[in-house]
Design a binder for this molecule. Structure first.
Ligand code: SAM
Length: 288
């Protein structure tokens, strides 16, 4: 290889040094594996996202990257070089690892080629000031990571402005949830709130809370979603919405059902509600 070519190949990495890691016993690998535990994610306030496209999107949206990990086979690919250069420029660490290490970090047999570790981000409740045409989803004690991820993705697709996690919920930054969001975790603001704070905010924010309830008396298709900003309040997978929240709602909506199923899956019910509440705002050409 010529001097020049060699120099060119190293180009994007000039500001930093790629660390090669092949041993599972390497302490950095142990730290990355530990991100599978909520305790570690809470302590470090970081999380892991898999896939080159997700990492590119996250960087474009200004998320702070701590570590970029790529598999040896991805070395030299232009997009990988670009994200590596961006990671260095933002003070992050870049690791080139064996497939075995990648599998261990992501806990997958066929891991992605690229993984990023990002700083977590929550939007404070007090910063949410909904305006006309805005829709939020509030989730009461959501338990299932797949449901939460799917809801974040669906809220993004429907043009909602944010997801509010009320009470003790599953972690939006777990690997499983992030996977299910398909990248929308980087686009959809997520807020945490206690029941008391949520109810206080509801009064001040001038929103219409439409709670969904299996005993709801109102057909969800007859509700006015146009007047005020709307918060769709969805209940816990097992218990549904507690009385305290149901009583504070402006409407108790029900999706009519046929067949033998007792209820809809939480993420499906949220999708149905979101696209009804935003029906007047969505069109095929994407204009609102
Ligand atoms: N056993 C729970 C109950 O009695 O409420 C069922 C909860 S359901 C699996 C989870 C959430 O999805 C509900 O709290 C509600 O927010 C929403 N949901 C599911 N089916 C619905 C329907 N037909 N109408 C309105 N909301 C529904």
């Amino acid at each position: 290889m010529s001097e020049h070519r060699h120099e060119h190949d190293r180009g994007p990495h000039r500001v930093g040094q790629v660390k090669e890691v092949t041993s599972l016993a390497n302490p950095i690998v142990k730290d990355l594996k530990a991100l599978a535990q909520k305790k570690t994610r809470d302590e470090t306030k970081t999380f892991m996202a898999e896939g080159l496209k997700l990492v590119i999107d996250a960087l474009e949206l200004g998320w702070a990257i701590r570590t970029l990990v790529y598999a040896k086979a991805a070395k030299g690919k232009p997009h990988v070089e670009q994200v590596a250069a961006k990671t260095f420029a933002r003070g992050g660490l870049v690791l080139e690892v064996s497939e075995k290490v990648m599998s261990a970090i992501t806990r997958r047999d066929n891991p992605q080629m690229v993984v990023g570790v990002f700083e977590q981000r929550y939007t404070p409740l007090k910063d949410l000031r909904p305006g006309t045409g805005e829709t939020y989803v509030a989730l009461d004690r959501v338990r299932d990571p797949g449901n939460l991820g799917t809801i974040i993705r669906t809220a993004d697709a429907a043009g909602a402005s944010g997801v509010i996690l009320v009470g003790d919920t599953t972690d939006p930054f777990s690997l499983e949830t992030v996977r299910a969001t398909m990248g929308s975790v980087f686009a959809m603001p997520v807020t945490k709130a206690s029941v008391a704070d949520f109810l206080r905010w509801k009064k001040e924010a001038g929103v219409k809370v439409v709670a969904t309830h299996l005993a709801g008396a109102v057909d969800y298709r007859t509700i006015d979603y146009k007047g005020r900003p709307v918060v769709l309040l969805m209940g816990n997978e097992q218990a549904g919405i507690p009385d305290e929240l149901a009583q504070a709602a402006d409407a108790l909506a029900r999706i009519p059902q046929a067949g033998r199923a007792d209820s809809l899956n939480l993420a499906i019910a949220t999708g149905v509600m979101l696209f009804e509440a935003r029906r007047h705002l969505l069109s095929l050409d994407g204009s609102e």
